[in-house]
Design a protein around this ligand. Structure first.
Ligand code: VGL
Ligand code: ZN
Length: 199
């Protein structure tokens, strides 16, 4: 039975001076680098949107970043343009050690659906392929770290728990966006789903 470290979206756009900078996002990098060699399997995710993605406020006339809109698959926060495929901001943080990654999952490429979770798009149906990979590699336990705690980390943790993994979120290596108490809500939802929040 193997344990995997899932490193969520440690990309330039979520770090200092990035397009969607998470407070102190950079500070997770050395902590994650120290952890990498402790795991059987390491997977990295990369938010990877086409230009003009439907999660960008700039794609919705009259809307601003951080507005909430209704999409066919439910509520969606509109974001500043970020992690555009091939842009500098979509690269991993330059100090993140990517050499030990077994698998890199790119998500958010569907122009019409956002994908916070490493497992499914925000329709909660379309798989990214990560679950299949982890099953093939006999992984049963997951530790999640990265950015942002209350969006991509939380959605990934909830899906992982639903898929039957034993899941921990290691909060010393996550940082939050925290819009309208989204961090508090995410923590409550994760705890209710059986995710262990560890500091
Ligand atoms: C994320 C908002 C939009 C994240 C990605 O990585 O948490 N948040 N895209
Ligand atoms: Zn995104």
């Amino acid at each position: 039975m193997k344990t995997a470290l899932i490193v969520i979206d440690v990309q330039i756009d979520f770090c200092e001076d990035g397009a969607l900078a998470v407070d102190n996002g950079d500070s997770v990098v050395p902590i994650i680098n120290e952890m990498l060699c402790e795991y059987d399997i390491v997977c990295l995710t990369q938010d990877w949107h086409p230009f003009g993605h439907s999660s960008f406020a700039s794609s919705h006339e009259g809307r601003s970043p951080f507005d909430l809109v209704e999409m066919s698959y439910g509520k969606q926060v509109l974001w500043p343009d970020h992690c555009v495929q091939g842009s500098i901001g979509a690269n991993f943080h330059k100090e993140l050690n990517t050499n030990l990654a077994d698998m890199i999952v790119r998500k958010g490429s569907n122009p019409d659906i956002d994908s916070y979770s490493a497992f499914f798009e925000n329709d909660h149906k379309t798989p990214t392929g990560l679950h299949g990979y982890l099953q093939t590699r006999q992984v049963k336990k997951l530790d999640l770290v990265g950015l942002a705690t209350d969006f991509c980390v939380a959605y990934s943790a909830l899906d992982a728990a639903m898929l039957g993994y034993s899941v921990r979120v290691l909060e010393k290596a996550t940082r939050a966006i925290d819009l309208d108490e989204s961090l508090k809500t995410a923590r409550e939802n994760m705890a209710a789903a059986g995710v262990i929040l560890e500091h």
